[in-house]
Design a protein around this ligand. Structure first.
Ligand code: EPU
Length: 423
């Protein structure tokens, strides 16, 4: 199993380009099930979750081909099956999104409970509520969920909680429903309007994606979307945001290219409050560290609020702030666990309850041997190791590779001492 070995304390400098967004690419791949033509996607990150989604589609009968480094073509016309491969489904959460288009086009979909990051309870009750509102039946047998619908019918559905993947799944199902669907209290993360744009370019009729109310005029079960041109995955805002946080901690100057700063408003305001120098252009941002980092309270929120996926990297910054910062993780139930490892590195952390912690800084961090618990906390461990004195080892690198393409090469080019060791 590979591991990262990192020597901390080096000042970083330079330019780094952000890859395509994991959480957009995965949904575009799932959406290809609705198409009646090959789909070409560009700026696709070469990451483990994308490999898993490609395998999932291949098991259904699609052909997925890597045309060049970041270009994938998917030919969904051979899809015959409607049950998702059990073992692959258990490896990442986004697998669940495929049930929307499968149900819409083939009248049935089945899956095991989707896996992914262990960050608290991740039920699928809202998916069940939404799909049954569109006319599907649901049953659970032998640890498999079965959905069926002779046809889906448009409905007016309000999310109890604005779930990102449930919004995407229902949007995809509604494209193949009869009549109009209105999704209220929908999630509005930037990957959602970017998914709608992909579908609309191919003939779908979706309005309002990116706001809390999405209206979909269904094309019916025989919806045949046709791709007219290659479609580009949007930049990964979480990779960009994590690099910006790293810049605020460690960089004399760090320019992050091929990103969209508009998607990072809340983070950038928090970084400025912390004292970092932040400049932005249309597709770049530049961050410089400050001598004295100010404490900042964070409360994670749905977009456009502070993203839960940036909570872990931001907490590493707060270990170096001069004073006391309060962390309130409101989206997931178990997303502060990784802080126990950061505490063992020397951070001063008070755990209030599963959602809240207080970080008192600045604390000198010491290198350690750690196990990456999930994707985003894994990157936070890398950042902590870069800040710490001495050497750290990070194991369970698969979790990091799920979402970041050769992150060690990007960081090494900025001056970081990081190596992937294959044991
Ligand atoms: N929820 C339910 N029932 C459901 C669905 C969600 O109670 O049926 C709850 C969740 O437990 C959570 C809240 O709703 O408390 C919001 O979760 P959401 O469903 O929005 O999360 P998700 O769709 O599973 C996506 C991203 C996550 C990101 C969250 C929040 C993908 C594949 N994943 O997850 O990304 O943290 O939205 O922005 O798009 C990551 O990339 O590392 C990652 C975890």
């Amino acid at each position: 199993m590979p591991k990262f070995v990192i020597q901390g304390g080096k000042t970083l400098k330079g330019r780094v380009a952000v890859g395509g967004a994991k959480n957009h690419a995965l949904k575009l791949l799932a959406a290809s099930i609705l198409f009646d033509s090959p789909v070409e996607l560009t700026n696709v990150p070469q990451i483990e979750d994308v490999f898993r989604m490609s395998e999932l589609l291949e098991k259904l009968g699609a052909k997925v081909k890597k045309a060049s480094n970041h270009t994938l073509t998917v030919d969904p016309r051979g899809i015959k099956k409607s049950e998702l491969d059990r073992e692959i489904t258990k490896r990442f959460r986004a697998s669940v999104v495929a049930i929307g288009p499968l149900l819409g086009r083939f009248g049935k979909a089945a899956l095991a409970h989707p896996g992914g990051c262990v960050i608290g309870e991740r039920p699928i009750d809202i998916f069940i509520e939404g799909l049954t509102a569109l006319g599907a039946t649901f049953k659970e047998k032998d640890e498999t969920y079965f959905f069926e619908a002779k046809k889906l019918t448009g409905a007016d559905f309000t999310f109890r909680v604005p779930s990102v993947t449930a919004t995407e799944t229902l949007m995809l199902a509604a494209v193949a429903a009869d009549g109009k669907t209105v999704l209220r209290n929908a999630a509005s993360e930037p990957e959602i309007p970017a998914l709608a744009e992909f579908l609309n370019n191919a003939g779908a009729k979706i309005a309002g994606a990116g706001t809390a109310t999405i209206e979909i005029t269904g094309l019916g079960r025989d919806a045949k979307l046709m791709a007219s041109a290659p479609f580009e995955v949007i930049p990964d805002r979480i990779e960009a945001g994590s690099l910006a946080i790293l810049g605020a901690l460690m960089a004399s100057e760090l320019t992050i290219e091929k990103c969209n700063p508009e998607h990072l408003g809340s983070l950038l305001e928090h970084l400025k409050t912390a004292g970092a120098s932040v400049k932005t252009g249309p597709d770049w941002l530049r961050v410089k560290r400050t001598k004295k980092i100010n404490p900042v309270n964070i409360k994670t929120r749905e977009y456009p609020g502070f993203p839960t996926d940036l909570q872990a990297p931001f907490c590493i910054l707060l270990t170096q702030a001069n004073g006391r910062s309060e962390i309130f993780e409101t989206i997931f139930d178990n997303r502060l666990e990784y802080l126990k490892d950061i505490e063992r590195m020397g951070a001063d952390i008070t755990f209030c309850d599963p959602h809240r912690a207080i970080i008192a800084g600045p604390a000198a961090l010491r290198g350690r041997v750690m196990e990456s618990p999930d994707l985003r906390a894994g990157l936070a461990f890398i950042i902590a190791a870069l800040v710490a004195e001495g050497e750290s080892e990070i194991h369970n690198v698969y979790q990091i590779d799920r979402g970041y393409e050769t992150i060690e090469d990007k960081l090494a080019r900025l001056g970081a001492k990081i190596k992937r060791i294959r044991e």
